[in-house]
Structures are given as C-alpha cells and as structure tokens.
Design a protein. Structure first.
Length: 294
C-alpha cells in the first residue's frame, strides 16, 4: 500500500483564497481592512524569515501588515509598552509576538499582556482556557491547521482513536483538545510514555509533534492510519555540507502502512500561516461585531 500524500500546500492556498475573498465585505462594513501586527525582537534568522513570510501572506490576502522590529537588547518594559499600544490601536486586529524572545524578556509575561481578543496565536491562558471548556476564542494555528487537514480528508472524526505525540502548549495539548472536541478518543503521548509504538498502533489518527527526526516508523502504525507530521527537523543531507528538512515521521516506511500522510515540507507547515490569517480575519469580524466567516 502507498499512502495518499496530504497536500497541505494546496489546502493552505485554497484557504488563503477564501480568506482574501471575505476581506472586501469587511472593508465595506467598516471602511478598513483587517490588520495584523507582528513583533520581532532581535536578529534570529529563522524568526526573521517567518516574520517576512507572515507579512507577505497578510498583504497578499488583502489585509494590512504592521511589522515592528526591535533590537535584541530591547527591555521587557519597552516590549510591554509596544504590546499595550497595539492592544489599544483600533486598526490592529491581531497581535503576534514572534517567539523565542531574547533571554532578558519573560515570554509568559509578554503573552499575558496581549489582549486575548487580539491573540491570534492562541497562546494566552484565556484562549487556552476557552479551548479547554469549548468556548469561542483563538486556537494555536498549527494544531488548528492539522484539524482542518484531518477533517478535509476524513470528514466526521467522531469515535476515532487519535494519538497525539507531544504535549507542548503550542502544539500537542491544543491538538488533543481539538480532537476531543471533534469527538475522538484521545491519547496524549510524551517522553515518559511506556511502549510508544504500542500506543501509536491503536490510532486511526496519529499526530506527531515531537521534534525528533523520523522517530515514528511505519511498523508502529495501524494499517490505514492517517498520519499528520508536525515535525520540522533539519538534518545533514547526502551531499556534503548540505541539509534537508524531515518530519518526526519516517515518511518512507509510514507511507507503506498509512492510508494518508502529510509530507515535510509541504504538509502542516504551509497551514500555519494560512490559519494565522484566518484567525486575524475572525478577530477583525468579531471585534467589529460582525458574524465571522467560517
Ligand atoms: P516541544 O519541544 O515543545 O515538545 C516536544 C514534545 O515531544 C514534548 O511534549 C516531549 O515530551 C515530546 N517528546 C520528546 N521526545 C520524545 C520521545 N522520545 N518520545 C515521545 N515524546 C517525546 O516541541 P513543539 O511542540 O514546539 O514542536 C514539535 C515539533 O513540531 C518540532 O519539530 C517543531 O519544529 C515542529 N513545529 C512545527 C510547526 C509548523 O508550523 N509545522 C509549528 C510548531 C512546531 P515531554 O513533554 O515529556 O518532554
């Protein structure tokens, strides 16, 4: 058997088009376009690339992008003052502070300072709490993107056995909450899980968010399982001095057993930015008192 490749890039492109199509109605109703403020502190090259691509995607969707680049030695007080200013700025619907932050700044304090109704990353405890109790809020972009891919592929997920490997606040835990909300029977595995292959073998749905290159093997999977690989790991390539990206799943062996699997790159990765734009659009509609498009 060779698994179907779940094309996250194509799904994300479609989602971005649908979002762009909803912007003119918002503009007609409010006289402005939705706005996303992205804050980058320091010079981390990977973060700079993410911030650039988020800004570009925002503009391509017809929304306004406000980029704030601060030096690496910015104080926590200065960053909190900027967050406060963005909270009060009526043209800003979404605020994203790119992580990680330099050591002198307490990330939790900064996230806590963001207005939860502008917290399009869904990292604020108010939004984690809303997700836990099933109230509308903002859900972290990567797991919400994974849920969209799963529902697109499988339709109703009710009753399915789902195993999420990883329990971080930004991927594993919200992923498990979303799957629970979709009526799956959910197991969360982590570094202390005993006999992980046996746990994974129960699953109709496997979401791997571990950060260990190609850890999940094909012979861990139940035949026909659907596999979502969140991992992004850079490893040495065959060619001397070059690197390549791999996921947390060993794609070659997993594709022999699974019915569908996301590739890395081109699977979950492109969904993250598309969902960020979706969350920004939803924030804008909600803040304007308009029904948010789904
Ligand atoms: P974290 O490092 O925060 O969490 C990793 C989780 O994996 C932890 O819960 C850890 O368990 C668990 N884990 C580690 N080793 C093992 C093991 N041997 N067996 C079972 N579980 C293990 O990572 P993130 O959640 O932030 O990210 C996970 C991956 O997803 C990374 O590769 C990251 O690059 C990628 N990522 C991709 C995104 C995208 O846009 N596609 C966005 C965000 C992340 P414990 O809690 O016990 O330590």
């Amino acid at each position: 058997m060779s698994a179907e490749r779940i094309d996250g890039k194509a799904y994300a492109a479609g989602l971005r088009q649908r979002l762009a199509a909803a912007v003119p109605a918002f503009e007609r109703a409010t006289g402005r376009v939705p706005g996303l403020a992205v804050v980058l502190v320091g010079e981390d090259p990977a973060s700079a690339v993410y911030v650039r691509s988020k800004g570009k995607a925002t503009v391509e969707a017809g929304m306004a992008s406000f980029e704030h680049k601060l030096p690496a030695d910015t104080s926590e007080a200065d960053l909190l003052a900027l967050v406060d200013q963005l909270n009060r700025d009526a043209t800003v619907d979404g605020i994203l502070v790119q992580l990680p932050l330099p050591r002198q700044i307490d990330e939790q304090r900064v996230i806590a300072a963001i207005d939860p109704d502008k917290d399009v990353d869904g990292f604020h405890v108010a939004n984690a709490g809303r997700l836990a109790v099933g109230q509308p809020g903002f859900v972290p972009c990567t797991p919400l993107g994974c849920l969209m891919l799963l529902q697109d592929r499988l339709g109703d997920l009710s009753g399915m056995e789902a195993v999420v490997i990883g329990r971080s606040n930004i991927v594993g835990k919200p992923m498990a909450q979303l799957l629970l909300g979709a009526n799956c029977t959910v197991t969360i595995a982590h570094s202390r899980t005993r006999d992980l292959p046996a746990v994974v073998r129960r699953a109709d749905i496997v979401v791997a968010a571990v950060g260990r290159p190609e850890m999940v093997k094909g012979d861990w999977l139940k035949p026909g399982a659907v596999v979502i690989d969140v991992g992004i790991n850079r490893v040495p390539a065959a060619e001397e001095g070059k690197t390549r990206l791999v996921g947390d799943v060993d794609y070659a062996s997993a594709a022999e057993v699974a019915s569908a699997i996301t590739p890395v790159p081109g699977g979950v990765g492109p969904m993250t930015i598309a969902v960020l734009l979706r969350n920004t659009l939803v924030a804008a509609f909600r803040r304007a008192g308009l029904a948010a498009p789904e």
